[in-house]
Design a protein around this ligand. Structure first.
Ligand code: ARG
Length: 459
């Protein structure tokens, strides 16, 4: 029996029912619907709308359902109820009869679903924060292992300056730290309970909404019933956090794909996380990282879809809002899965240290060092830049690296250059000079690892 059959003389057409029903996806809200219902039963008891016996019956039946769903989360799918709220009520009626029909006193599916979804998002947010922390931990281990391994650094995908592989990993640690902060911020905005807003105008039950909110672990009760039932900003905020987090995973994945490519060869993946080609026997493909990059698109899409669904909706609840769930569930699941895959995959990555170091010396990536050298001899940087550019062009024409130019060749460009220039052009020297906060010098990388580990321990 549906929750609202009284004013209808004909049953719903099967075609419409199938289109309208949401149980096939909102069954995932079952634990939260049961939790919210237990708190609501308690509020009704305190408001004098349930007797102690009725409350006990309801509480016990809800508890049994909680255990059932904990053992088998797909349990509700065995029925063809309209949605998870209908399923819970039908189950309660089956268990305790008439008393079950009192639970919906003073509440609506509108405030209930908004509450369920917020509880779901709070749990998902907590899980995503932990998953980010685990990913940060493996990135930090990578940074520690390769804190003094050179890697070519790029801008415009042109060789730019050598960096430490540890420095590269720490850049992603920074991004994931911001993702944690963003999720924590989102968790604050999630911490508002709409239960007790009724269908739209508030509840007739004399309940203490703040006590109810606290009983459900929320910090606040919403302050406007119309907004309470129709606000989905929290879901958008979480989707935004997921999108930005996925964007970071995607950029990391792209870097790994590139560093593992034949063109670079600076990184290697273990066989455990690589796939082959059905046709080309030599192939070792980075499918795992391509999937991290690829799955980013659908998370962005879900964010955009919900924002578009909400645009122009009149107050208060509209069935359009049922469309908030599938995309959100998929986005949060995808983001969590990708964080877990990244955490699994980073320890399976290695730096081909000798090769990467050699690569880092190519492409005139020590040209800035020559300019800095000239600056140390009193030449203004702009002139030093110009002189160095001319030297690079000459060296390129000679098909030699800068450090292979003789002193007399250097003198063609500046007589300020003397024997000590060769030390400046060595990779280790150049890198070690970038020791100010945030630089790639191994000493600075060590400090950064320490900062990030301290942060992780405190998180
Ligand atoms: N399945 C619905 C949803 O997800 C629950 C709320 C239904 N409310 C209503 N007035 N029809 O939005």
């Amino acid at each position: 029996m549906s929750l609202w059959g009284g004013r209808f003389s004909q049953p719903n057409a099967a075609e419409f029912k199938q289109f309208n029903d949401s149980l096939r996806f909102d069954y995932q809200l079952a634990p939260y619907d049961l939790q919210a219902s237990q708190a609501w039963a308690q509020a009704l008891l305190e408001a004098g709308l349930l007797t102690t016996t009725e409350h006990q019956q309801l509480h016990q039946a809800l508890e049994e359902l909680r255990v059932g769903v904990a053992n088998d989360p797909r349990l509700p799918l065995q029925s063809d109820e309209e949605d998870i709220h209908s399923w819970v009520e039908a189950q309660l009626i089956e268990k305790i009869g008439t008393t079950a029909k009192k639970l919906h006193t003073g509440r609506s599916r509108n405030d209930l679903v908004a509450t369920d979804l917020r509880l779901f998002c709070k749990a998902a947010g907590t899980e995503l924060i932990s998953a980010n922390l685990a990913a940060i931990q493996v990135l930090l281990q990578f940074a520690e292992r390769y804190q003094a391994s050179a890697l070519p650094g790029y801008t415009h995908l042109q060789r730019a300056q050598p960096i430490m592989a540890g420095h590269w990993a720490l850049a992603y640690v920074q991004m994931l730290q911001r993702d944690v902060a963003r999720l924590k911020e989102t968790m604050k905005r999630l911490d508002v309970c709409p239960l007790g807003s009724g269908a739209l105008a508030g509840t007739t039950a004399a309940i203490d909404r703040e006590a109810l909110a606290h009983a459900l672990g929320f910090r606040y009760a919403c302050e406007n019933s119309l907004d309470g039932v129709s606000d989905r900003d929290f879901a958008l905020d979480l989707l935004h956090s997921a999108s930005t987090g996925m964007m970071h995973l995607s950029r990391l994945a792209e870097d790994v794909i590139f560093y593992c490519s034949g063109e670079s060869g600076c990184f290697a993946m273990s066989d455990r996380i690589s796939s082959g080609s059905s046709l080309m026997p030599q192939k070792k493909n980075p499918d795992l990282f391509e999937l991290l990059r690829g799955k980013t698109g659908r998370v962005f899409g879900h964010q955009h879809a919900l924002q578009t669904t909400l645009k122009g909706l009149p107050l208060a609840y509209n069935k359009d809002m049922q469309e908030d769930k599938e995309g959100l569930f998929d986005a949060l699941h995808t983001y969590l899965q990708c964080l877990q895959m990244l955490t699994f995959a980073v320890p399976e990555l290695s730096v081909n240290e000798a090769h990467a170091r050699h690569q880092a010396t190519l492409g005139y990536s020590n040209a800035t060092e020559l300019a800095d050298y000239l600056v140390s001899k009193g030449i203004p940087f702009r002139d030093a830049h110009h002189i160095t550019g001319a030297a690079v062009l000459y060296a390129q024409q000679q098909e030699k690296p800068l450090e292979a130019l003789s002193l007399s060749e250097f003198h063609e460009f500046s007589t300020h250059i003397s024997d000590d220039v060769y030390r400046f052009l060595e990779l280790d020297y150049g890198v070690s000079q970038r020791k100010a906060l945030g630089g790639t010098a191994p000493a600075a990388v060590r400090t950064a690892i320490k900062h990030a580990s301290d942060w992780l321990h405190a998180a």
